[in-house]
Each structure stands twice: as structure tokens, then as C-alpha cells.
Design a protein around this ligand. Structure first.
Ligand code: ADP
Ligand code: ZN
Length: 720
């Protein structure tokens, strides 16, 4: 009798045993189809001894139906999945699902039929078809994907095929990607760069686990250096995974990659079309995808021959996933490298405190690039104390900053103003009755967006048009904007410098690769005088004529006082400052603040990074915070407030009483209402050595809550 234990993608079912029919070849990691009641499910054959389940006698087992034509998930990946499920207290099935990326891909390669416009211009056309034709310009995808792109029904598109407006194209899903060439255009490296590159090349050739912290100031040429590691892996016929924190950054990265290796890398992120996803996944699994550039989800893919992992801008908080499996891609990348036995490079100008600590204690090998490439100097940083140098009434830019902006405009140089707040104003109220616009689903104000004339919630996406009168007292034209957002700053710049060409850079305005490309081209072509942007402009870009950076409100991130507020402020300001003076002309940075003596602002002003890390390290040590202690959060939520509160109290009532483990709460979570769910939170603070995961699992295992209650565990939470 031949049994197989399956991991199935339903946390409630967990693991199920089946009989392996004669002639079916499977092994641990094989992806198979099995019967479940009247349905068919997909599962992964798992190592039985690592996945306990109910004992079912042989005679009761149903046979597997089919082994899918994809290679088995390799053992190092299965270990990674187990590790992540265990560490993040998440269902194994939820983690494993991330590895299967595309369900269509599991069904094999072959061909698929995509459609594109024929170029035919119809004499008469329905408005719906006309709109579809506009939307589908340059697109080629399956009918289902095109329907989504054009927001029309599949029926409309089939009609267009019939009318000769769309034509089918048969594509081979497994058509190979163009080959990257390790030696396409190797740069001449500086001495520091060469020394760093040599280490990476040696590590890749050694084919062993080796974690590196590539700690180089902004503009030091970190990308060129880790590209040499990539080249070494290519030469060895191994695959490389490069994780980027944001899709918005890939545009810039892709151009540099192409210049170095002659082709584009394979992309993996959540907005890929289904057909692209299927092709990419299959190429990753077969090994045809040489270099994969992706968001954090690329981390769990079944690479056939991984040789190197790079995490660029490794300090970025977007590597932390905040729903579903709450993992930190930076940490998981290191674990994956360990299981795969390959080097991993964490690159940053402002490493996370945890990464610094691991380098200080010798766990990571630190590689320092202390100088900017090509002799450019780091910018001069000075403080504008807003308590003394006040902006004019109703304005947000202090006179000194305004003067510097004007001087840049006169000299034909570029400036950048940074404010991490989308929209026009963070709060809108009625001047007559004081009514404030609040999101009905979240504990948050609605943010006015003047460009789209809407009030929007930045947490759930709820939107309403800006009303003509107050919804409470019906007074017309009574709304006042309170506080600045980037749109308001852009208006202010236009008022003080009427001739200036201002570009607004936020996720609202730069929401596609094309728009990002246009922005970069305009900035490089000197068609922009002042860039006003959110954190989207803090990293990655290299504009040689940008000589002034103004931080509109450095105190913004310090409000709320969460664990990483100071660190995040330091990173954001240092990164955006790093955009100044990257070319031949020196850069200058003005930081507007009301707290010039705060340790983080002081360190920024003095350019004393070590002082900041030392002070922050001590503060963390005192607080028992990471990297010295461990935090975990339990979030209890429900659409019914009383239900959420009762469940949280029940959990709090059974809190384990252990030495070295401090449990706080339950209390309403900082966002006590989020996307229509009421949220309560318990916090656990423990010694590094405490078995927090085991404690939490046993503790939460005591409860069985009603369906509407969700209990989420967040290990190493980012903000709370
Ligand atoms: P970082 O990521 O460290 O901020 P970049 O990798 O963006 O720095 O490099 C800064 C600039 O210097 C980029 O325009 C890059 O193309 C250029 N550069 C870096 N190293 C070299 C090199 N060895 N040869 C030519 N240009 C380089
Ligand atoms: Zn909301």
C-alpha cells in the first residue's frame, strides 16, 4: 500500500492522506489533484513525518487523481514554508499557497490564445466598443484579461472579435525569455566598489550561505556592485532573485539592468496579468528565468537553481506584509538563502537597526561604501526651526526655503520638496458647524484630493465627491482644508514662483510604469523645476541637476510614537536628502521642524549616522524592543464591536503568566476601526530567548470564537 500525505490549501482541512494509484510517480513536493467529497482539490505531497494528521486506515483512503506536470517543490523551499508558518504563527497552507503563484501554470505549458486590436476602424461603433478600443490600445491578453482592462463584459469583446476589431494570436506559454549576458556591458568600478564586488563574486562561486549587509551611502553605486554578484551567478548558470520594495522603483531598475545585461529581467508582482504570471512562474520553475525582480511575494517561488538573493533598499517597511501571512520579506530572504545554501545581499544606505545589530555582532558581513561614486559630495544639511522662522500665514514653506527655491530656479537647477502626505489636506471641516469628514469604515479622516475633487480614505479606499455644502448644517461653500498635503504644497510653489514647472509625484499621479517613465524622462530632460512628492521620491532616483531638497515637515513621522518612529524618520529624511547633489553640483538640504533638538533631527543635521544608531540602540535596549527583546501583537477583529471586545477580553483573561513575558491589553488598536472591522489588540513583549510562537499558539488554541471573529498574530510587528 502506497500512501501520500497532502498539504491542501484550506487551513481548516490541513493535511489529508490518499492512496497513490499504481503507476503514478510522485515524491515529496509533487503537486497533485485529489478528490474531496464531490470536488477536486489541488495539494502538495508533503513529508508525512513533518505533517501530523488524523490516522485513517488504508482501506478508507481514496486514490489521487492526477500528478500535475510541474516539478516538485524542492526540499529547501518546503523547509522555508514550514519555517515561515512556524515563525509567523500562520497556517502552513497559507504559506505554501504563495509558492504556487499561478494556478493556471500548474496545468502545464502549451499555447494560449490572446487577442489584440486589428487596427480596423469601424464606420459606426457603439459607445461601449469605442471605449473598449481606447482602453485596449497596445494590449494583448486573453479575453478575460482584456475584459478586466477595458471594464466591459467578455460578451462585448467576443462581439468585437466577430466584427473583426479584435484578432486572435496564439502564443506559446513556455516561449523562452531572451538571455541575459553576464558580460554585456561591465562597468569600470571604483576601488571600493571592486573590493565589494570581489566579495560577492567569491561568495556566489562558493555556493554557500553567506549573508552580507551592503552598507553604502546614497549614490555610492550599490546597484553596480551587486550587479557583479548577479553576473557571477549568471556565469554559473544559476538564478538570481532581486527583491525591490516597490513596483514604482522597478522602472529605474529595469533600465539599469538592461544597460548592464542587455535584456530585461523577469518580473514578478501582484499586478501581472494572468498570462504573464503563468509564463513567469513556469520559467522560474524550469530555470529559464535567469533573474527575477519582484515584490516580496517573489520570495516563495520554486526556483530551480537559485544562486543569489538581493534585497535592495532593505530597510524599507514595505517588505513587511501586513495582512494574510504577516511576514517580513527581508528576514525571510535571509532564511531562504540559508536553506538554499546561497549568499544574500541586503543593500541600503540606512539599514534597519536590526540589520545593523546583526552586522555589529558578526552574523552578517558588513561591506561599506563610504563615498559617493565619481567624487560627488554628500549634501549639506541644515535645520529650519519653524518656531522661529515661520512661514507666511496660510503657507507651509519657511522664508529661507522659499529663497533657496527661487535661487535654484534662477540658476536652472532642480529642487525637491518632500512631504509624506498624499492629497491636498489631511483634514477637512465645516467652518460653520465644525463638522469633520470621517471615514465610515475606519478610524481616519477623509483626505481631500483636489485634483480628483474627492474626499478619500487612505486606509480602505472609501471615496466621496467633495460636497458643495456641509452634510451636517447644509451651509454652502463652508469647507476649510486643515494642514498640508503634497497637492497643497505644489499649489504654494506655483503661487510663490509662477514660472516654475512643478511635478507632483505621489501614487495618485504616478500610478503606472508609463507615467513613472514619463516623469523620469521629464526630470532628466530638465523639463521640471520643482518636484513635490511623497515617499515615492525618497529613493532610487538619480537626477544630476537636483541640488536642493526641502523636507516640509520632519516631525510628521514622529507623531504617534510607535516603536520605529525615530528610525523611520531617520531613514526617510536621509534617503530623500540623498537625492541632492548627486551630479557635479553640490547639494543642500533644508529640514523644517519644530523639534530641532530631538535626537533624530540632531543626528540628521550633523550627518552623524553613528550617533543616531547608537542612541536608538540604547533606547531599544532599555525598552526591551528589537533587536534585544521581541514584540508580538494579537489583533482581534469583528464587524461587531461587542463581539470583538468580548473575544479580546476572553483572550486577555487567559493570558499566560510567565517570567520574561509581559502581556499588555487588550486595548482598542491604534486603528480601532479598519475597513469596517472593530479591532482590539494585545501586545506581547518578551526576551529574545522566550518561545513566543509556542506560547501564542498554545494560548490561542484554548479558544473557539464565532465565525465573525478574526484573530491575527503579528510577530515582530512594524507599527503598533
Ligand atoms: P546607490 O544605489 O548606492 O544610491 P547608484 O547605484 O544609484 O547608487 O549609483 C549612483 C550613480 O552612479 C548612478 O547613476 C550609477 O549609474 C553611477 N555609477 C555607480 N557606479 C558606477 C560605475 N562603476 N561606473 C559608472 N557609473 C557608476
Ligand atoms: Zn476607510
Amino acid at each position: 500500500m502506497n500512501r501520500a500525505r497532502l498539504l491542501v490549501f484550506n487551513a481548516a482541512l490541513g493535511a489529508l492522506d490518499y492512496r497513490v494509484p499504481e503507476g503514478m510517480a510522485i515524491e515529496p513536493g509533487s503537486v497533485v489533484v485529489a478528490p474531496l467529497g464531490p470536488r477536486q482539490i489541488v495539494g502538495v505531497v508533503w513529508d508525512a513525518e513533518r505533517l501530523p494528521t488524523k490516522d485513517v486506515p488504508d482501506s478508507k483512503l481514496r486514490p489521487l487523481l492526477e500528478a500535475l506536470p510541474v516539478p516538485p517543490l524542492p526540499a529547501p523551499l518546503r523547509r522555508l514554508i514550514e519555517w515561515a508558518a512556524d515563525y509567523y504563527v500562520a497556517p502552513l497552507s497559507s504559506v505554501a499557497r504563495m509558492a504556487l503563484g499561478s494556478s493556471a501554470a500548474l496545468r502545464g505549458g502549451g499555447t494560449t490564445t490572446e487577442y489584440r486590436l486589428t487596427g480596423e476602424e469601424p464606420k459606426r461603433i457603439t459607445p461601449q466598443r469605442a471605449a473598449a478600443m481606447d482602453a485596449l490600445h497596445g494590449e494583448q491578453a486573453t479575453i478575460r484579461e482584456l475584459a478586466e482592462i477595458a471594464s466591459v463584459s467578455e460578451g462585448v469583446l467576443r462581439g468585437m472579435v466577430g466584427a473583426g476589431l479584435l484578432e486572435p494570436v496564439v502564443v506559446d506559454i513556455d516561449r523562452p525569455y531572451p538571455r541575459a549576458r553576464a558580460d554585456f556591458a561591465a562597468p569600470t568600478l571604483s576601488e571600493d566598489q571592486q573590493a565589494a564586488a570581489d566579495m560577492f563574486v567569491a561568495a556566489v562561486e562558493a555556493k554557500k550561505f553567506a549573508p552580507f549587509l551592503l552598507d553604502g551611502v546614497t549614490g555610492s553605486g550599490k546597484t553596480e556592485v551587486y550587479f557583479e554578484g548577479v553576473a557571477a551567478a549568471l556565469a554559473e548558470g544559476r538564478q538570481v532573485l532581486v527583491l525591490l520594495p516597490e513596483i514604482a522603483l522597478t522602472e529605474n531598475f529595469l533600465r539599469r539592468f538592461e544597460a548592464r545585461f542587455g535584456v530585461s529581467p523577469v518580473l514578478w508582482h501582484s499586478s501581472l496579468k494572468a498570462s504573464e504570471r503563468r509564463r513567469a512562474w513556469r520559467a522560474i520553475v524550469s530555470g529559464d528565468a535567469q533573474v527575477v525582480v519582484g515584490a516580496r511575494s517573489a520570495l516563495f517561488m520554486p526556483y530551480a537553481r537559485l544562486g543569489l538573493i538581493v534585497v535592495d533598499e532593505a530597510h524599507e517597511t514595505s517588505f513587511k506584509q501586513d495582512d494574510g501571512v504577516r511576514y517580513n520579506a527581508r528576514d525571510v530572504a535571509v532564511i531562504r538563502a540559508r536553506f538554499e545554501g546561497v549568499p544574500v545581499i541586503l543593500a541600503s544606505a540606512t539599514p534597519a537597526l536590526e540589520s545593523m545589530h546583526l552586522a555589529d555582532t558578526g552574523v552578517y558581513q558588513r561591506i561599506v561604501l563610504p563615498d559617493r561614486f565619481g567624487g560627488a559630495k554628500l549634501p549639506d544639511i541644515s535645520i529650519v526651526d519653524l518656531r522661529e522662522e515661520q512661514p507666511e500665514r496660510g503657507r507651509w514653506l519657511a522664508p529661507r526655503l522659499v529663497e533657496e527655491l527661487k535661487a535654484r530656479l534662477e540658476r536652472g537647477e532642480q529642487s525637491l520638496l518632500f512631504l509624506n502626505r498624499r492629497g491636498y489636506a489631511p483634514l477637512t471641516l465645516c467652518r460653520h458647524c465644525g463638522y469633520r469628514f470621517q471615514c465610515p469604515n475606519c478610524t481616519a479622516w477623509l483626505v481631500e484630493h483636489r485634483l480628483s475633487r474627492r474626499l478619500a480614505c487612505h486606509h480602505c479606499g472609501h471615496e466621496v465627491p467633495v460636497p458643495a455644502a456641509c452634510p451636517e448644517c447644509a451651509t454652502p461653500d463652508c469647507l476649510v482644508a486643515c494642514g498640508p498635503g503634497v497637492e497643497r504644497i505644489a499649489d504654494e510653489v506655483a503661487e510663490i514662483m509662477p514660472g516654475a514647472r512643478v511635478a507632483l509625484v505621489t501614487s495618485d499621479t504616478l500610478n503606472s510604469p508609463e507615467k513613472i517613465g514619463e516623469f523620469v524622462a521629464a526630470a532628466e530632460g530638465k523639463l521640471i523645476d520643482v518636484i513635490v512628492g511623497t515617499q515615492l521620491v525618497t529613493k532610487g532616483y538619480h537626477f544630476p541637476d537636483l541640488t536642493l531638497v526641502g523636507v516640509v515637515d520632519a516631525d510628521l513621522g514622529l507623531e504617534g510614537g510607535d516603536l520605529r518612529a525615530a528610525e523611520r524618520t531617520y531613514q526617510q529624511v536621509a534617503q530623500v536628502a540623498g537625492r541632492a547633489g548627486r551630479g557635479e553640483k553640490p547639494g543642500e538640504v533644508l529640514i523644517q521642524t519644530r523639534h530641532p533638538t530631538a535626537a533624530v533631527i540632531d543626528a540628521l543635521a550633523k550627518g552623524d549616522r553613528d550617533a543616531f544608531y547608537a542612541a536608538e540602540t540604547e533606547a531599544r535596549r532599555d525598552a526591551g524592543a528589537p533587536p534585544f527583546g521581541r514584540w508580538a501583537a494579537i489583533i482581534v477583529s469583528s464587524e461587531d464591536e461587542a463581539e470583538a471586545r468580548d473575544a479580546a477580553r476572553a483572550i486577555g483573561g487567559k493570558a499566560p503568566n510567565l517570567p520574561d513575558v509581559l502581556i499588555l491589553g487588550p486595548a482598542p488598536a491604534p486603528m480601532s476601526l479598519l475597513r469596517g472591522r472593530y479591532r482590539y489588540r494585545l501586545l506581547i513583549n518578551a526576551r529574545r530567548s522566550a518561545e513566543v510562537q509556542k506560547i501564542v499558539r498554545e494560548w490561542l488554541g484554548l479558544f473557539d470564537f464565532p465565525q465573525g471573529v478574526r484573530v491575527n498574530v503579528d510577530i515582530d510587528p512594524y507599527s503598533f
